[in-house]
Structures are given as structure tokens and as C-alpha cells.
Ligand binder design. Sequence first.
Ligand SMILES: [Cu+2]
Length: 163
Amino acid sequence: MMLQRVLVSVLAACLLSAGAFAAPGHAPGQGHGHPEEKAYGKPGDPKKPARIIQIVMRESDGKMLFLPDKIKIRKGEQIRFQLRNNGQQDHEIVLATLAENMAHMKEMAKNPDMEHDDPNAKRLKPKATGEIVWQFTKAGTFDFSCLIPGHRESGMFGTIVVE
Ligand SMILES: [Cu+2]
């Protein structure tokens, strides 16, 4: 009984921190009238112009990394992240605040099979490509991480500075 309660709260915490959780009875994006905007911005509009930033995921000498791992963005800018997994393992990218990603990483450690299908995250198989379109509406310093257990600890994170 105790275990069940822990699992339920872990699941809820992960879904909440991942955002954009469509509960039964709620159309996607409808929520409770909350806008989808987060501290680090909001899902972009693929029909609108965007600056392209390419990010490669890979492993190297026992480390795992993103290239580049430091990105500067002007406030208000819409970015089309073109993602490529050049490694030999699955990788993901989750855009969020550092605090959110650190909390999320702990939940992922307890639920390693959890997968995300959120506008701020993308998981890629080896040699796969993908895309995230995101508009950074607020200044600040944000995080992007691979939250597959062990990956962030192996170096798979980066910083986005919006100014
Ligand atoms: Cu990874």
C-alpha cells in the first residue's frame, strides 16, 4: 500500500514537471485555462520563422554530451532546434529550468522507462533526427538535459542563456 502511494506520487510529480499532461477529459493544451507558457517560454509556431540551431547528441570516451552545450538566444526569439543522435544509444533532450530538470531527473531514476511526448522534449534512437520549435519569451538561464538515467551525470546537459 505504501509502495503504491509512492509510485503514484512519483508518477504525478514526473508528469507535472514534464508539463503538458493531458488528463482524461481535457483536450490537449486545454488544461484548466492555464496558458502553456513556462518560465523558459512556450511551444513555438512551426509556421512562423525561426532561427535554426543544430544540436548533436553523442557519446565520447565514456562521456555523453550535447554539441553545442552553450546557446545564446535573444528574448522573444523563436528557435527551431534540429536534433541528431549521432551516438549508439537512445538519447533525449528536455528543455526546462535547471530546478525542474534536476527534480525530473530524480523521478526518472525511479521510473527509467518513462518516455516523454511533450513540446519541450524529444527522445531519439541512434542515428535518428528530430525537431523542437520553441519560443523563448523570458530572459534567464535555462537547462537542457538528457534525463535518461545516468546520462546527465555523464555530462549530457547544456545551458541556454536568454537575454
Ligand atoms: Cu542521453
